[in-house]
Design a protein around this ligand. Sequence first.
Ligand SMILES: [Zn+2]
Length: 243
Amino acid sequence: MKLIDVKNPVLKKGVHYLTWDYMTRENNNHKGMDMIGKNKATDDIIAIENGKVYDTGYTNKAGYYVELIHDNNLITRYLHMKKNSIKVKKDEYVTKGQVLGRMGSTGESTGAHLHFAVFTLKRKPQDPLPYLQGKLNFNSDYFRDFVKGIQDAIGAKVDGIPGSETLNKTITISAKVNRKHKAVKFIQSYLFNIGYTEIGDSDGIAGPKFTSAIKHYQKDNGCVVDGVITKKNKTWKKLLKLI
Ligand SMILES: [Zn+2]
């Protein structure tokens, strides 16, 4: 069955075929949803929402797996990944849509698929569907996620609360300077979430879409409109809500 109305995808191509549902009548111990991708093929597995890598590793049952923890303390689990495909490390901050690894068939699995699950910190399973469909959310505070991601990327104290220490460590970012800096993806994700959707995917590269979205943001916020994020032109101060 093809899942419809998926607003928060976990597969990069955005097409999800359900092969085994959460807690079915036949198996009330299936604590997640099994799915395959577009044309019923494998796909890259992406983060459903901004978060932090809670755990990653291998078990005989889960195979290669990644767990993310989100702002509201729910955990998402991505199991049976392909060997050597995991692209994230424990304690790393990830943004919504970031590739975590590749669908595989490691662990207790009979064919390539993603087992996607949502758990509380106390390991109580939750139905993943409303999260995939965006009826329930992991984060309500995009700003705090953004600040934490930036703080991590620039080597400031990561507390989600911007101040002069954070501002002092900010760097110039533009299509010419630091265009592939770790901070870029957090800026992309934040601006996308607050409505500057022209910025596109959070691919971590400050290209033409990035420049035009920054200009748009600068115009809306009374900054010098130059597509460059610096302390000088006040764009960092605005982004961090320090003015
Ligand atoms: Zn499963």
